[in-house]
Write a protein that binds this ligand. Structure first.
Ligand SMILES: NC(=O)c1ccc[n+]([C@@H]2O[C@H](COP(=O)([O-])OP(=O)(O)OC[C@H]3O[C@@H](n4cnc5c(N)ncnc54)[C@H](OP(=O)(O)O)[C@@H]3O)[C@@H](O)[C@H]2O)c1
Length: 262
């Protein structure tokens, strides 16, 4: 489907489940056209059917975004179709648990590429187009893991620290252009994330309270619409990341290790 109708358009990566799917539903309810990206074709087809029923146009791309070349193809395809993105949600991401020396490099490379490189490419390209039109909103999904080192999820937490720092810096650079970059930092959320990351036996998963994907999506959607630079979902998570500022780094790293070890 190459033609989208005249209302504003949101592109959401990782829209086949979890937080991304709930965000897609929120945009659809407000009559935004959608461009959805994920790897699982059947899920995207089902979601496209569900969301199109609300009268919006939905275009989906079945692509593996851990290869940034696929992100370039999507960007170029949208340009050639004349589809302008007003809202961008870089949500697709995954984690890996284990010790750094045990995690296979090919899997880690996929994670780092998806969580950082594709997010950077989409932010760069769409922010530039948005700035030239004088309006745009970008939401990049970080984590409570963005705020401190994360032993047993070292690469994942570092990739989410990158998301937060990169997004806040670009947001500052874009001041006055009409484009705002928001970073959403969820804590433990009930999605497929923990199955993929194999964190279901960690203290973080078994002892900390869980949010639903819907709650986190609603919170993030609100942040984006209000033009906030970042937000941490949930009071406990807010207190936890705030306490990091006043605690010795060794202690913070030790506590994180206790929470993340599976
Ligand atoms: N759940 C949590 O506790 C939690 C906490 C903090 C931050 N986050 C962050 O929240 C974001 C959303 O995760 P979630 O919790 O909703 O997890 P999820 O249920 O596993 O959803 C991840 C989404 O990303 C897509 N995806 C994964 N790998 C992809 C790839 N290589 N190319 C394209 N799409 C890909 C998945 O679809 P396909 O499998 O169909 O590709 C799915 O739609 C992630 O950035 C995650 O790091 C989650």
């Amino acid at each position: 489907m190459a033609q989208l109708n005249q209302s504003q358009t949101a592109l959401i990566t990782g829209a086949s489940g979890g937080i991304g799917l709930e965000l897609a539903r929120l945009f659809a309810r407000r009559k935004f056209n959608l461009v959805l990206v994920a790897r699982t074709q059947e899920k995207l087809e089902e979601i496209t059917r569900e969301l199109s029923a609300s009268g919006i146009s939905v275009l989906s791309y079945t692509r593996d975004l851990s290869n940034p070349a696929n992100a370039e193809d999507i960007y170029n395809d949208l340009r050639s179709l004349g589809i302008e993105i007003d809202y961008l949600v870089n949500n697709a991401g995954f984690g890996i648990s284990g010790t750094e020396t045990d995690i296979p490099w090919d899997r880690e490379l996929q994670m780092l590429s998806l969580n950082m490189l594709t997010l950077t490419y989409f932010t760069k390209m769409f922010a530039s187009d948005m700035a030239s039109r004088g309006f745009g909103r970008i939401m990049n999904v970080g984590s409570t893991g963005s705020f401190q080192p994360g032993p047993y999820m070292a690469g994942y937490c570092a990739s989410k620290a990158y998301v937060l720092h990169f997004s806040e810096a670009v947001n500052r650079e874009l001041k006055g252009t009409g484009v705002i970059v928001t970073t959403l930092c969820p804590g433990v959320t009930d999605t497929g994330f923990h199955v993929t990351a194999q964190t279901e036996s960690s203290t973080m998963f078994t002892k900390l309270s869980h949010a639903s994907a819907r709650e986190v999506a609603e919170y993030g959607f609100g942040l984006m619409m209000k033009g906030k630079s970042y937000g941490v979902h949930g009071l406990f998570n807010k207190l936890m990341v705030f306490s990091v500022r006043f605690s010795p780094r060794n202690l913070v790293t030790q506590i994180a290790a206790g929470l993340l070890k599976s």
